[in-house]
Design a protein around this ligand. Structure first.
Ligand SMILES: [Zn+2]
Length: 230
């Protein structure tokens, strides 16, 4: 991995002091927890200021908690939850209790859900989209990114609805990406993504898959009607 930093942070254009992993490195299991399998091959990094690197480690742990505890994850995600997430929660249980915004609640169709701060989750994913954009284009994406996921059954405003808007948005981004655009990523069991950007009118669509199950999209469009048929 190259350690050189370029002049500006991928997110805010302040002077870069380090490089930030995309997505955060804590999502990738350490070899001591994987029977020696390397899930940290050629991790993507972008130049970052302190605020968008070390100062957001608490936000990265929140993202890890939400992503790794998803019940449909592959074995890599499940074992990561049993190892790293459990260690982190045991070390600082009160910190992790604060990440859950209420009691465990039953959901229609069976099962239980942990209420989480959807706005906080979306802000972390937005940073990943901005970092992927920077990695592809070498410039800062200075527009707000809309986030949608089929893995969380709640919205920021109304918790525990059916998530139909999210589903519609995920399908719209998948349509924009097309059926044949390949997923990228050197550690697909942990993270893979598809990316398409059109300059005029500006349209960006990114589909991300964590632990082969937790699907999230991020998008920015000048004209939703022409880009996405929304
Ligand atoms: Zn920054």
């Amino acid at each position: 991995m190259t350690r050189h930093t370029s002049a500006a942070c991928y997110s805010c254009q302040q002077p870069a002091v380090d490089r930030e992993h995309v997505p955060p490195r804590c999502l990738f299991p350490e070899q001591k927890d994987t029977h020696g399998i390397d899930y940290r091959k050629q991790l993507l990094t972008v130049p970052s200021c302190r605020a968008h690197n070390t100062d957001k480690s608490g936000e990265d742990e929140f993202l890890l908690l939400v992503l790794a505890s998803y019940f449909e994850n592959n074995a890599v995600g499940n074992e990561h939850t049993l190892a790293k997430v459990k260690r982190a929660v045991n070390r600082m249980p009160s910190k992790f209790r604060q990440m859950i915004t209420g009691e465990v609640v039953p959901v229609s169709g069976g099962g239980k859900a942990l209420p989480i701060d959807r706005g906080r989750f979306d802000r972390e994913i937005e940073l990943i989209v901005k970092a992927l954009y920077f990695a592809h284009h070498g410039i800062v994406l200075a527009r707000p990114v809309t986030i949608a996921t089929t893995a969380l059954r709640c919205h920021a405003e109304s918790q525990l609805d059916l998530g139909l808007d999210d589903l519609r948005e995920v399908e719209a981004v998948q349509g924009f990406l097309g059926p044949n655009s390949p997923f990228r990523g050197e550690n697909p069991g942990v993270f893979q993504y598809r990316f398409r950007c059109e300059p005029k009118p500006f349209a960006l669509g990114v589909e991300m898959l964590f632990y082969e199950a937790f699907r999230v999209v991020g998008w920015v469009v000048e004209s939703p009607i022409t880009a996405f048929n929304l």
